[in-house]
Design a protein around this ligand. Structure first.
Ligand SMILES: Nc1ncnc2c1ncn2[C@@H]1O[C@H](COP(=O)(O)OP(=O)(O)O)[C@@H](O)[C@H]1O
Ligand SMILES: O=P(O)(O)OC[C@H](O)CO
Length: 501
């Protein structure tokens, strides 16, 4: 048997390749950040060619660190930032435009138009999602309407669309060379385009008509765990590409949340709380999204509820890059520890409007409650607390929608290294917070999907055995104090509304 499974985790800020062994332990990691491109206020882009180059580089790093040959790798799983939209030419491989990143708000006017014409929730029954700048549908519409020659090429089937998973699989399986790459996606990624019907798991004609998208440019929708094709590139020649999951769905799998009612919260650029609802396609009454947990091969699809928060770790980066208050993201903890509390300040990071559970495109970021007393330590606290309060908002919505009270919250992602944040999260939720031994759950989930497809792992029971706790935070805050903090947050949120006309 080959020794390892490779997972490529293409995130908002960086690309990682991680090799896992049969125990599900990390053997080696290659990681590289890519440029965040902000051409105008509210616009966020990535260069797809840079991402592809970084992918090759991180695979090479992970391979070299583990002294692994292609024969040592049983399969590759891909996981990715979702919704981010790429269109490229299938003969040359050249992108028509930079990737429009999920946080990009250039389609706000289109959102208002659809809101006036049919309301924000007009497509919820088919897709589980409100009309928003967040999903691929409006980004693709914007590209088709604004990039010269794109619509003509798309109608001829020459210009093809994909999220980052599709773009990477296409390149890995041959790209523009020879017979060309394989043009596929999986049900979890497709569920975030707002073009897939959640019941049929196919592109929905009504949605394509509503956004005027040519079907020819769309990838084939597959399960999250099957052999899509083989690597046709010297980086890992012949290795099967056998797993594909949007990163938040992959983290759910990596956390082995296989039973209905199990949930995880991932703290990265944004925060994403996902609860597995099993066979039940549940509609939210409280501002959550209906989406897909995963679909393994021919097994029935599993649905999910999701609370997506746009800006959490991204706010820490903003404090680092735009204010220069810290040098590295992790320095925010020391700065926040220089004070006792938030000093009355609340930061509402509505940089891309507010996502779950508010869905306010008209909101923009604010710091509320400022007095002469507030210093940079208090701002650092308010920044970290914003992540915790936004999580409380989605946990409350999740508990109401599901009728399940979360006994403990399984967490992962880059921000869980922050002890102050995790303790505050537990305090403000009044719930235990638990981090697993393998905190790279996103990559692990993609590896599990690929490993199941090629028989490297046998079944979900085997995977469940591997989950183990690394750290637990227990709540330790008086109810009155907790409620006071949270009320302050709710008041601040309302002050961010109505900034955009
Ligand atoms: N110790 C820390 N405290 C607070 N935020 C952190 C810390 N370490 C990393 N981050 C934030 O976490 C994010 C990176 O996490 P990661 O899970 O790699 O994100 P992504 O998958 O979205 O690229 C960045 O936004 C960074 O600012
Ligand atoms: O790259 P991440 O981990 O911030 O995740 C991005 C999400 O998939 C966006 O929906």
């Amino acid at each position: 048997m080959s020794k390892y499974i490779a997972a490529i985790d293409q995130g908002t800020t960086s690309t990682r390749c991680i090799l896992f062994n049969h125990q599900g332990h990390i053997v080696s990691v290659g990681q590289k950040e890519h440029e965040q491109i902000y051409p105008k206020p509210g616009w966020v882009e990535h260069d797809p060619t840079e991402i592809w180059k970084n992918t090759l580089e991180v695979i090479a790093i992970a391979r070299i660190k583990a002294s692994a040959t292609a024969a040592d790798i049983a399969a590759i799983g891909i996981t990715n930032q979702r919704e981010t939209t790429v269109v490229w030419n299938k003969r040359t491989g050249k992108p028509y435009y930079n990737a429009l990143v999920w946080q990009d708000t250039r389609t706000s006017d289109l959102v208002s138009k659809y809101e006036k014409e049919g309301g924000l929730n007009q497509f919820r029954d088919i897709t589980g999602l409100p009309v928003s700048t967040y999903f691929s549908s409006l980004k693709l519409k914007w590209l088709l309407e604004n990039v010269e020659g794109l619509r003509e090429d798309a109608e001829k089937g020459e210009a093809i669309f994909g999220n980052i998973d599709t773009f990477l699989i296409w390149h890995l399986t041959g790209g523009a060379h020879g017979d060309g790459g394989i043009h596929v996606t999986d049900v979890t990624n497709a569920s975030r385009t707002q073009l897939m019907n959640l019941r049929t798991l196919q592109w929905d004609r009504e949605m394509l008509a509503a956004y005027n998208i040519p079907e020819k440019m769309l990838p084939a929708i597959k399960s999250s765990s099957e052999i899509y094709g083989h690597v046709n590139n010297e980086i890992l020649p012949g290795v099967p590409v056998a797993g594909d999951l949007g990163d938040q769905h992959a983290a759910l799998v990596g956390q082995t949340c296989f039973e209905p009612g199990m949930a995880k919260n991932t703290y990265g650029t944004g925060c994403f709380l996902v609860m597995n609802t099993g066979n039940e396609l549940k509609t939210s009454e409280n501002g959550l999204l209906t989406t897909i947990s995963y679909k393994f091969g021919n097994e029935p699809v599993k649905y999910a509820l999701e609370g997506s928060v746009a800006v959490t770790g991204a706010l820490v980066q903003w404090v680092r890059d735009n204010l220069g208050l810290i040098k590295k993201s992790e320095d925010i903890e020391e700065l926040a520890r220089s004070v006792e509390d938030n000093g009355g300040a609340y930061f509402v990071p509505a940089f891309s409007g507010l996502y779950a559970p508010y869905w306010r495109n008209d909101a923009r970021g604010i710091i509320a409650g400022l007095t002469r007393y507030v210093n940079k330590g208090h701002i650092a606290r308010a920044v970290l607390e914003a992540t915790a309060y936004q999580t409380v908002d989605v946990v409350k919505a999740m508990e109401q929608d599901s009728g399940i009270e979360l006994a403990s919250l399984r967490v992962d992602g880059g921000m869980v290294m922050n002890q102050l944040l995790m303790q505050f999260q537990s305090d403000i939720l009044d719930t235990q917070v638990v981090c697993p031994a393998v905190a790279e759950t996103t990559a692990l989930g993609a590896a599990y999907a690929a490993g199941l497809a090629v028989g490297y792992w046998q079944n979900l029971e085997e995977l469940k055995q591997k989950w183990a706790i690394a750290q637990t935070w227990n709540p330790n805050m008086e109810a009155e104090k907790r409620e006071g903090f949270y009320n302050g947050w709710k008041k601040a949120v309302t002050k961010s509304y109505g900034w955009m006309e």
